[in-house]
Design a protein around this ligand. Sequence first.
Ligand code: GUN
Length: 295
Amino acid sequence: MSAKVIDGKAFAAGLRERIGREVARLKQAGGFTPGLAVVLVGEDPASQVYVRSKGKSTVEVGMNSFEHKLDAATPEAELLALVDTLNKDPAVHGILVQLPLPRHIDEAKVLAAIVPEKDVDGFHVVNAGKLATGAKDAIVPCTPLGSLMLLKDTLGDLTGKSAVVVGRSNIVGKPMAQLLIKESCTVTVAHSKTRDLPAVVRGADIVVAAVGRAEMVKGDWIKPGATVIDVGINRVTGADGKGKLVGDVDYASAAQVAGAITPVPGGVGPMTIACLLANTLIAACRAKGLAEPKL
Ligand code: GUN
């Protein structure tokens, strides 16, 4: 059996197009432009690539992009002051502080300083709590949101399915589990301490791998016909000595067994930025008291 390849790149392109149309409509009818502020502290190369990509995508859908690049030695108080300024700026509807932050800065304190209405990452405890309690106006973290969109596009109704999320991070694992519970799945959250992880994964109709370990989930862990969402992005050295990106799933073996699977790159990755733009658009509509668009 060879799995259907879930084309996240194409789905994300469609989503960005729909967002772009809504932005154009808001500019014309609403007389305003949604704006996203991205804050980068330091020179982490991967973060620089992500931030550049976010800025480019923001402009491409017609939104305003405000980039703030701070020195790695920036004191915490200075970053908190910038967040405060962005909180109060009416042209800014979404704020994202790129993680990880330098060690001298308390990440939780910075995330807590962003007003929940502008927290387009969905990392604030208010948004995490709203998601966990089923509040309609939760801002949902982008990677789990994008993963859920791909799952629903592939499978339709998820009711009653057994789902295993491998990974328990605040950014992906926990919110992913909450979203799947909301879709009436039976959810198991597995992690590095889970006993007999292969057997746990083998019970799942839906596998979401978000552990950050290259090619850890093997094909013989997958139930035949299962849907596999690979959130991992790991840079490894290939057999030819060149660097390449791989997921948390051993794609070659898993694709033999799964019913559908996301590739890396081109699966979940492009969905994350598209969902960031979607969250920004929704935050902007709420700030203006306008109806939220159906994307
Ligand atoms: N670093 C890696 N992924 C993310 C993300 O989704 N949001 C933020 N703020 N930082 C990240």
